[in-house]
Write a protein that binds this ligand. Structure first.
Ligand code: IPD
Ligand code: CA
Length: 274
């Protein structure tokens, strides 16, 4: 029987709402924190609890569905994107923000069927911003339709990017080189501390492009559909097709703007891939 995507959406929205209340209630409190891949790649018990809540709640209704979740993957499970309905989940995107009570963290979740994104939800429960998209049905913030800015001029573009969660010297040099090149020509650069919320700003029309090397599938899967449904483009930073597992991402309000950003980017190929 064909999967009823309306039902999937409603079901997961209920879970995201419940999980968001846990994040919001704890945002301004003390957290116990452990380090993952580096001392700026953090994990709290909330990350694990929210991922469990979402996965258990989805499995209860859809026992055959698959998952690629940040915390399961960090704990050693191999991330494999199959044709079966697969939920790609970042339970808390912006964990560093959450640890510091900086109110920009979100749940980022996407459903892919046959490797095609059908549902995207990016929910910041602290500031009550909920970005949603369904394939072919547009992008929304808190129920109101959103569109990309349509900006084509590099000199007028506002960008979002991040410094990332790695201390690797070579990676850090590329990050700083790209920021250095871009800030000399564009209007400005912002870092919200959450890859998914940075991408959502492009969908909203608040920023004109976003790029990052080193992100994971769970940081970008929802943002990819959201931006495309808002009228923007999502690409590999060389201009080729986006590969969700490549840990490389570029999106822009227009292809014309993306074409102007691409030649300025020093490329980086994070290893291992997802
Ligand atoms: C990270 C954040 C950060 C970005 C990293 C992500 P996390 O996700 O989005 O802003 O620079 O690439 O991995 O660890 O907070 O879920
Ligand atoms: Ca996370």
């Amino acid at each position: 029987m064909a999967l009823n995507l309306d039902e999937c959406y409603d079901h997961v929205m209920g879970l995201v709402d419940e999980a968001g209340k846990i994040i919001a209630a704890r945002n301004y409190g003390e957290k116990s924190v452990v380090e993952k891949s580096s001392n700026i790649d953090l994990l709290t018990e909330t990350d694990q609890q929210v991922e469990r809540l979402l996965m258990d709640g989805i499995t209860a209704k859809y026992p055959d569905h698959k998952f690629i979740g940040e915390e399961e993957t960090s704990a050693g499970k191999q991330a494999v994107l199959e044709n079966a309905p697969t939920w790609i989940i970042d339970p808390v995107d912006g964990t560093m923000n959450f640890v510091h009570s900086f109110p920009h963290s979100c749940i980022s979740i996407a459903l892919l069927v046959n490797k095609v994104a059908e549902i995207a939800i990016i929910h910041n429960p602290v500031l009550n911003q909920t970005f949603t998209a369904r394939r072919g049905k547009g992008a929304f913030m808190n129920g109101k339709q959103i569109r990309v800015s349509g900006e084509t001029r590099l000199e007028h573009a506002l960008a979002t990017t991040e410094f990332g969660t790695s201390r690797d010297e070579e990676k850090t040099a590329v990050v700083l080189e790209n920021i250095g090149k871009l800030i000399r020509v564009i209007h400005g650069m912002r870092s919200l501390g959450s890859a998914a919320l940075n991408i959502a700003m492009v969908a909203l029309g608040g920023a004109d492009f976003n790029y990052e090397f080193g992100i994971h599938a769970w940081d970008i899967a929802a943002g990819d559909l959201l931006v495309r449904e808002a009228g923007g483009v999502c690409l590999d930073p060389t201009g080729g097709p986006l590969d969700l597992m490549s840990r490389r991402f570029l999106c822009a309000s227009t292809q014309e703007l993306a074409d102007k950003v691409i030649p300025l980017l020093t490329q980086y190929y994070p290893q291992p891939r997802d």
